[in-house]
Design a protein around this ligand. Structure first.
Ligand code: HEM
Length: 527
């Protein structure tokens, strides 16, 4: 023992006398000085958790980043600074801060960062979702407002919505014949896929109604793309945060994105070719028709074929998963809360009765149904993080310095689920949207399921109309119950993080008809 101590002390004495000791001490001292100097003279950054060398705060995100960040806000407040690998990031988690970046400083925060998905999948950001602020962004946004999501165009697709919803109800009732439960998740996905693809491409590509499936357009491959894309885009792509690792393509995300883009390209090339060879009757144009015939803008800009393809990728991927989730959560909440389901159905019976189908024109007279959907967009929150943004210039928020090029995460989930902004946030309570004494005002930024500012979701009106029409018809046409042995509390409301919050388990229901038989017969729904 004594010998060992002698040996160690001897080694230490050797080191003490060596150059390495002096070099090491000098390096540590210099580092401390640099850090101290930067703290004194550098920007005054918002508070945030300790960042590890190289990886920074990536471990703080965990597997459920929306919840991890909400928990961190309890310690660091609603404006937090984090270093995600090499990416300086601020996280916003209160209505006040959301209003600051989405309204007051919208001109600074409306751009999108360059990410691997934007670069690889969207042909170097030739789409709207990933476009930085600039001429292309303006042209595509204008196209949304003036040509694609106009009230007239949304109205034009009313028949499509009706057809898709009727097919869903028919399939559900058929599957539930004899009191059997049906799993609704895939059926919902198919319905939304068909609705969006009819609006965009003029055809449905999913097997709800097999005669509509067009094998010549790689339909089968096409409907796998959104699912795979959502998995990649909703996860962490290592090269985005640690660029020196990008050549390794850990997890193979970049390779998969390239394959998906090529598959989508084959599909879109054939769709565009087909559309170029036809002249649709006025009032029957789909989005591809509209995009191919757009006149040049004031500066003579016209969309290139790559831009049209990227934009269609956006609309396909941005529309399907979000709307599916947007219908799924209200339905799940109504299965967990039969008392609210009963109230929605009572409202439908009073306003519409049982001798005809509910129509879109009835929706303004169905406030309880609409409040239920709003509440289900709040808890959990279909899109937990708004799409990422980046500051175009250095700015100040709440007295802190935010450097140019800082990444912005707006945690909509946290804003919707914090007890600071909502009374009993975990409680599913549609009435909070109907309280005249305490209205939820749009300009308070307390409720932002579709984002805000100039990047706000362009599909909001169209998606809301579809979700409302869908649930109105479903709950009007069908009584819903749970499989035998299940009680409402057994319905699992677990969700996993991604571009959208996906349910962790399937929803199974038993549907039975509740209107007079003639109504189903007239609507072509076989019982
Ligand atoms: C319930 C359904 C939907 C929800 C909850 C939703 C939510 C959102 C959110 C949160 C954003 C980001 C906004 C921001 O950064 O401030 C967004 C952007 C976007 N959404 Fe939606 N969305 C839905 C349906 C749709 C549909 C049906 C389409 C098109 C067919 C669509 C197309 C887009 C596009 C293109 C953007 C990017 C806009 C931009 O960056 O300028 N969305 N959506």
């Amino acid at each position: 023992m004594v010998e060992v101590m002698h040996d160690t002390l001897g080694k230490f004495a050797d080191l003490y006398g060596s150059y390495w000791y002096y070099i090491g001490t000098a390096a540590v001292g210099l580092l401390v000085l640099v850090l101290f100097y930067r703290k004194l003279t550098g920007p005054k950054l918002p508070p945030g958790p300790f960042a590890w060398p190289v990886i920074g705060n990536i471990p703080h995100m965990g597997t459920q980043p929306h919840i991890s960040l909400l928990n961190l806000s309890k310690k660091y407040g609603p404006l937090m600074y984090m270093q995600l690998g090499s990416v300086p990031t601020i996280v916003i988690q209160s209505p006040e801060m959301a209003k600051e970046v989405l309204r007051t400083q919208d001109h600074i925060w409306a751009s999108r960062p360059l990410t691997i998905v934007g670069e690889v999948f969207f042909y170097d950001r030739q789409d709207l979702l990933f476009a930085p602020i600039g001429p292309l962004f303006k042209l595509l946004r204008r196209t949304c407002v003036n040509s694609l999501f106009t009230p007239k165009r949304i109205q034009q697709f009313q028949a499509v919505r009706k057809e898709m919803i009727t097919l869903f109800i028919q399939k559900l009732l058929q599957e539930c014949k004899g009191g059997k439960p049906a799993t609704v998740d895939n059926m919902l996905k198919e319905t939304n896929f068909n609705n969006i693809s009819k609006i965009l491409y003029g055809k449905s590509y999913y097997g709800l109604k097999t005669k509509n499936v067009d094998g010549s357009l790689n339909a089968r491959e096409f409907h796998e793309i959104p699912e795979l894309w959502a998995k990649v885009a909703g996860g962490v792509i290592v090269g985005d945060y640690l660029p020196f690792l990008r050549p390794l393509d850990i997890g193979g995300c970049e390779a998969l994105l390239k394959t998906l883009r090529e598959e989508f390209n084959v599909f879109l090339t054939s769709v565009i070719e087909e559309h170029r060879q036809r002249v649709p009757a006025p009032g029957t144009e789909d989005f591809v028709d509209v995009l191919l015939t757009l006149p040049a803008d004031d500066q003579g800009h016209r969309l290139t074929e790559i831009q049209i393809k990227s934009f269609l990728q956006d609309l396909t991927l941005g529309g399907i998963d979000t709307t599916t989730t947007g219908i799924f959560w209200p339905l799940l909440q109504l299965m967990r809360h039969p008392e609210h389901r009963k109230k929605v159905q009572e409202e439908l019976d009073v306003v519409v009765g049982r001798d005809r189908l509910v129509d879109e024109s009835d929706l303004p007279r169905l406030p309880y149904l609409r409040a239920t959907i709003k509440e289900a967009f709040r808890v959990p929150t279909a899109v937990p993080f708004l799409a990422p943004r980046e500051s175009l210039e250095a700015c100040k928020i709440a007295g802190y310095d935010i450097p140019k090029g800082t990444r912005l995460i707006v945690n909509a989930y946290a804003i919707h689920n914090s007890p600071e902004f909502w009374l009993e946030p975990e409680k599913f309570d549609p009435d909070r949207f109907l309280d005249p004494k305490n209205p939820v005002k749009h300009d308070e930024y307390k409720y932002i399921p579709f984002g805000g500012g100039r990047r706000m979701c362009p599909g909001m009106d169209s998606a809301t109309l579809f979700v409302e029409s869908f649930l109105a018809r479903l709950l009007h046409c069908c009584d819903l119950s749970l499989p035998e042995g299940m009680i409402p509390q057994d319905v699992d409301s677990g969700a996993s993080f991604g571009v959208t919050l996906a349910p962790t388990t399937s929803l199974r229901v038993i549907a039975t008809p509740r209107l007079t038989l003639k109504v189903y017969k007239d609507a072509g729904i076989a019982l």
